[in-house]
Write a protein that binds this ligand. Structure first.
Ligand SMILES: NC(=O)C1=CN([C@@H]2O[C@H](COP(=O)(O)OP(=O)(O)OC[C@H]3O[C@@H](n4cnc5c(N)ncnc54)[C@H](O)[C@@H]3O)[C@@H](O)[C@H]2O)C=CC1
Ligand SMILES: O=C(O)C1=NCCCC1
Length: 308
């Protein structure tokens, strides 16, 4: 084997933009729902001693000649190192030879937010003005950046568990630090839940008619971020039906009906939002093909920057 190429987090950061990534994630979601992707539901090993999880996320998309797997760890209790760490191993789809390993930390942060931006584009009412972020970590920042690529928000309202983190993020984003989650979401057109909470943090009574919610945390079958009554009220969209019914405590425990995969909306197989007053909710779990196509985009951008 030749010496394996490695693409670092800073190389990813240097070339990847939301302008490029959002359309790529729209394609990834559509290909997934159009059955152009071979991808099992993620395998996850709990690392009980440390409250961590280790996930294996393989995918094949023959029409893009992409064969890859993300290996991701999620240790919500980490303090001095990131809570999510990952690598994406890319193989040559025609002969199975491993070619490159791409750092997955920045890709995980950016592709998750880019996917929520796509869901928001297809499901929210036009011209949302108030954005609420519940959570003040990595995904809160990347979601602000991705959504601000598509929309000019007049107000950013932020709530989180740790007051100092909320205040720091509010000052970075020129947003409003809220004392309660209710305060953050009650006027919001778009709500993003990006916490490591295992119990509901967003209640039905607080959400205004017509709002769109991107529910990004709670990736375990016994974890929830969303009040089950709210889950049953919303028009519910997911990235993958199989994953939602296997991994999402919000979906499984509430027994809420899934309206469609977002990919089906992109493909025109489902009409998405029905009325301006419906509350729509996108339950995101993260798809391996999002990582594979993001890593391919990074490799293509880097090789074109070397050759120019
Ligand atoms: N759907 C997807 O594709 C992905 C989902 N995620 C999930 O998104 C969530 C946020 O991830 P990151 O921002 O990277 O993590 P992070 O560790 O940077 O931030 C986590 C945030 O949750 C808050 N938090 C933790 N426990 C809480 C509790 N009990 N109640 C309220 N807030 C609490 C923390 O204070 C912090 O603001 C996590 O649940 C993570 O697993 C992450 C990557 C991909
Ligand atoms: O898709 C991912 O990557 C993740 N999803 C849920 C939480 C861990 C990382």
């Amino acid at each position: 084997m030749e010496q394996m190429k490695f693409i670092s987090a800073s190389q990813v950061k240097n070339v990847l933009t939301f302008e490029l990534l959002i359309p790529q994630m729209e394609k990834a979601l559509a290909k997934f729902s159009d059955k152009k992707v071979v991808q099992p539901v993620r395998s996850v090993i709990p690392v009980k001693e440390y409250g961590g999880f280790f996930g294996l996320m393989p995918s094949l998309c023959s029409e893009d000649n992409v064969l890859a797997t993300k290996l991701v760890s999620f240790y919500p209790n980490n303090k001095d190192v990131p809570t999510h760490n990952a690598v994406i191993a890319m193989f040559n789809a025609s002969n199975g030879v491993p070619e490159v390993i791409v750092d997955g930390e920045v890709i995980t942060a950016m592709r998750t937010a880019a996917v929520s931006a796509v869901a928001t584009k297809f499901l929210s009412n036009k011209n949302p003005k108030v954005l609420a972020l519940l959570g003040s970590g990595v995904q809160a920042r990347s979601h602000y950046q991705a959504l601000s690529t598509l929309y000019k928000f007049e107000e950013i309202r932020i709530w989180g568990r740790t007051k100092t983190n909320v205040e720091l993020l509010a000052s970075e984003l020129n947003g409003i630090a809220c004392q309660t989650a209710e305060d953050a979401v009650k006027e919001a057109d778009v709500i993003v839940t990006v916490t490591s909470s295992t119990i509901p943090i967003l209640k039905k009574e607080w959400v205004k008619p017509g709002a769109h919610i991107n529910a990004v945390g709670a990736c375990r079958p016994d974890w929830q971020e969303i009040d089950p009554e709210l889950m049953r009220l919303v028009s519910l969209f997911v990235d993958s039906r199989d994953a939602a019914l296997t991994e999402s405590g919000d979906v499984i425990l509430s027994k809420a009906d899934i309206e469609a995969e977002v990919g089906e909306v992109i493909l025109g197989k489902n009409g998405g939002r029905k009325t301006a007053t419906d509350v729509t909710l996108f339950k995101s779990l993260g798809l391996a093909i999002e990582d594979a196509l993001s890593a391919k985009l990074v490799c293509d951008l880097l090789s074109s920057s070397y050759s120019s």
